[in-house]
Design a protein around this ligand. Structure first.
Ligand code: P6P
Length: 334
């Protein structure tokens, strides 16, 4: 029987690879792991404790907010505040970023961006949902008042990123810029255990993932590429949960697309806490991620916390093929 390597052990063993001598990133990653376990507990019993349903509010992006969204956001904030290893958070569920005011947190170098429960519209129908997080070093001096500018950092400046997928099992996948590793939660011991070391995305795959319902609203170059995927007998897999759809691609290969539409001319997905963290993970696993104007996601300037972006992300060969369709058919020179 192989030795069980828990998330905590793995993070500590690899601490020397973080640019973080003091172990603060180590403790911050562990705090996120704890929050993931707490959210997992509630997600797994959501159908039993009447935590389902809409709580009537809506977040700044206009999405109806499900109660588990609110719970997950609050738990992540609680765990990070009490852990004292980050000085502020930007979240899909918060109109503005928040600063932590306890002394230990204020002196931390790190900030967290997150979508505490992505794909939450799936909760009531028992489809997988996920938590997405990214970790940056603050730009302003530790101990001073955190500024909005601290959060407006490109994806290339991410120190770490990851996701927790609450699916048939619960898996935490993260990177600190030295490859990607996956940890499956063993509920009998309450630990995330190393289950998918050194994840590498296949060069190509048999899946494409896009909301086919918007096909006629996509630009011609996207429609031509989607037609090509269909002509090549690729299988369409799309469950409306970014973490789930991209997690499949991480292991089986493929491409995930969320192009611009009339409703979302800049794309629907948020750059700071959805596209950038997922793009760092996919790139670290050997994949590619660009917007539909063929700009690398991680290089995109971030101008506000809830900025949206189009995205094409996944196996490198398939993202390259999408690129040729845009170059060939786009009405706007790229
Ligand atoms: P649509 C979930 O609301 C989400 O933010 C992503 O997880 C998902 O990929 C996308 O939106 C689904 O959007 O417009 O296809 O329902």
């Amino acid at each position: 029987m192989n030795k069980i390597v828990t998330l905590d052990e793995f993070i500590i063993q690899n601490q020397e690879m973080h640019q973080d001598a003091g172990g603060h990133l180590t403790r911050l990653l562990r705090d996120i792991g704890i929050a993931g376990k707490i959210i997992n507990r509630e997600v797994n019993k959501a159908g039993l404790v009447n935590i389902l349903g809409i709580d009537g509010s809506a977040n700044i992006s206009g999405d109806e907010v499900q109660k588990l969204d609110v719970f997950s956001n609050e738990k992540m904030i609680e765990c990070l505040r009490s852990g004292g290893q980050c000085c502020g958070i930007a979240s899909e569920e918060l109109d503005e970023f928040i600063r932590f005011t306890n002394k230990q947190s204020m002196n931390s170098d790190y900030i967290v961006v997150m979508d505490p429960l992505d794909g939450s519209s799936n909760i009531d129908v028992n489809v997988s949902v996920g938590t997405i997080f990214g970790i940056y070093k603050r730009k302003s001096k530790a101990g001073t008042k955190l500024k909005a500018d601290d959060f407006l950092q490109k994806g290339t400046d991410l120190v770490a990123s990851g996701y927790v997928l609450y699916g048939t099992s619960t898996i935490l996948v993260y990177t600190t810029g030295n490859g990607v590793n996956g940890f499956t939660l063993d509920p009998t011991i309450g630990e995330f255990c190393l289950s998918h070391p050194d994840i590498k995305i296949p060069q190509r795959g048999n899946y494409y993932s896009v909301n086919q319902g918007y096909y006629l609203k996509f630009d011609v170059e996207m429609r031509r590429f989607i037609d090509e995927c269909s002509d090549m007998n690729l299988r369409l897999r799309y469950i409306g949960s970014m973490v789930s759809d991209i997690h499949r691609i991480m292991f089986q290969g493929g491409i995930f697309l969320y192009p611009n539409t009339r409703k979302y001319p800049e794309g629907k997905l948020r750059l700071l806490y959805e596209c950038n963290p997922m793009s760092m993970i996919v790139e670290q696993a050997g994949g590619k991620a660009m917007n539909c104007r063929l700009e690398r996601i991680l290089d995109l300037p971030v101008s506000h916390v809830h900025q949206r972006s189009t995205i094409a992300i996944g196996s490198p060969d398939m993202v390259d093929e999408m690129k040729t369709f845009v170059q060939r058919y786009s009405a706007v020179p790229v």
